[in-house]
Design a protein around this ligand. Structure first.
Ligand code: FAD
Length: 427
């Protein structure tokens, strides 16, 4: 990753430390977790609480992956609404999935509260902003389904959304009060701190190069020469998945999500733009999402080019989107630009694989993993502890590489360009 052109605003707590804890060679742990993002750390923390001996291995530093780079929007739910989930998964699993999906933002905010995490947050909801009649109808449909389940949600009129966002161009929208915003790097660092305090061994700069099975145990080899023995392995490498497990990387399409942050806003602008601090997603085909940060900047993200960025011009489409929404920001500098990788699956659902007993992989957060991976980690930990598949909200599925995987990425880039053009016509 070109660090020169990736300069996020998020902050680790000042007290954050490095993690260098490796179990002694020859000792067999219950679980080795590969990947120290929200998924790996939530699984590790909950597994340790259930009495398992856990080692987390992270190739870089904790929070180097999507977990420390994301938009920090904590949004419950999946891409699909309750009716679809019931129709698709049947009454029993569908109902369990709806309840799970509804709980994912709670999982984050309860973790922050119960563990006293040093994480800046605002829990004032998420606005899905609609700029066409079609998007308004979709919002009304979503509202009906979640309200019927008692969720704290409501539709917003054009006047209300204009007041709440201060943005131009929306016909109305939907407010989900279960959601909120956090500093994602602080959250990931703090998850690691609490996991380590709960007996989890965490080692940074341990790039896992190989895994194999021998005499009933799993063996894990890292680039720096460490060799570990475990009863089970969890691969929580998501969009940064490499070649550890044949075919796994080909089950996802990794996309780049880019973000920009303005200089801290003046008090006048801060009072006009998102005065209550909600998170917003735009209904356009190529999603842009935005929020204010704890230090008073406006942070906006959206899809970016598939190649690594090599100049600030690679973020120019986001600056245009920002000014379309907020012309008053034309004189405010863009101070930070960064990007990370999001893992998409063809069915837009996270996938849990267990190709061999004791070898689990969880991938495919669809860009909504802050709540999802926090909540899913707890379920994976229960499954590791008692082997009961009913703990898992999503069915365990075989590893099915996407046909013509290499060409799919080219197709995605072309589709994004086409959608950007359609969005431009609908402005
Ligand atoms: C720019 C951006 C904005 C986003 N915005 C939001 C948002 O606002 N709200 C939301 O809910 N979600 C958002 N997401 C998605 C969210 O960040 C992810 O769903 C979530 O962080 C996934 O967590 P994870 O632990 O599964 O993966 P990651 O955090 O990516 O962690 C995977 C880790 O595995 C490590 N790894 C990979 N291979 C190896 C190996 N061989 N050995 C050791 N370690 C390895 C990587 O270094 C990495 O740290 C966004 C993502 C991006 C990139």
């Amino acid at each position: 990753m070109s660090l020169r052109f990736s300069d996020p605003i998020w902050q680790r707590p000042r007290t954050a430390t490095a993690f260098q804890s490796l179990v002694p060679a020859g000792q067999c742990v219950d679980v080795v977790i590969v990947g120290g993002g929200i998924m790996g750390l939530s699984t590790a923390l909950h597994a340790a609480r259930l009495g398992l001996a856990v080692q987390v291995l992270e190739a870089g530093e904790i929070g180097n992956g999507a977990s420390g780079l994301n938009g920090g929007q904590v949004i419950p739910g999946l891409k699909y609404d309750p009716d679809w989930l019931l129709e698709h998964f049947g009454l029993e699993r569908g109902e369990a999935l709806v309840n799970f999906a509804a709980s994912t933002a709670d999982a984050v905010f309860e973790m922050i509260r119960d563990e006293r995490l040093a994480v800046p947050f605002v829990r004032n909801g998420w606005i899905q902003a609609a700029h066409t009649e079609t998007a308004l109808k979709a919002a009304a449909n979503r509202d009906r389904q979640w309200r019927a389940r008692g969720a704290d949600v409501r539709l917003l009129s054009g006047t209300e959304i204009a007041t709440m966002t201060g943005a131009q161009g929306y016909l109305g929208g939907w407010l989900d009060r279960r959601a909120g915003v956090i500093d994602p790097l602080a959250y990931t660092s703090e998850l690691a701190r609490v996991a380590a305090a709960t007996s989890v061994n965490i080692a940074e700069r341990q790039n896992v190069m190989q895994i194999s099975k021998n005499a009933g145990n799993w063996h894990v080899f890292t680039e720096s020469g460490a060799e570990l023995k475990a009863k089970a392995i969890v691969l929580s490498t998501n969009a940064y998945t490499g070649g550890l497990l044949p075919g796994l990387a080909e089950t996802i399409i990794p996309l780049h999500s880019f973000q920009i942050a303005t200089a801290p806003l003046s008090s006048n602008l801060a009072a006009a733009i998102l005065p209550e601090g909600q998170a917003v997603s735009d209904s356009r085909r190529i999603l842009v999402y935005y929020r204010k940060s704890a230090d008073g900047r406006l942070v906006l993200g959206g899809r970016g080019r598939m190649a690594l960025p090599n100049s600030p011009a690679d973020w120019a489409h986001l600056e245009r989107a920002l000014l379309r929404l907020y012309p008053a920001l034309s004189d405010v500098a863009i101070e930070k630009r960064w990007f990370g990788r999001v893992a998409m699956t063809p069915d837009h659902l996270p996938h849990i694989h267990e190709p061999e007993k004791g070898l689990l992989a969880v991938v495919g957060c669809q860009g909504r993993g802050v709540g999802l991976m926090t909540a899913l980690g707890e379920r994976i930990a229960s499954y590791l502890s008692n082997g009961d598949t009913r703990q898992l909200p999503f069915p365990v599925s075989p590893i099915r590489p996407i046909p013509f995987h290499a060409f799919r990425q080219v197709g995605v880039a072309a589709t994004i360009a086409w959608y950007r053009m359609l969005d431009a016509f609908e402005r």
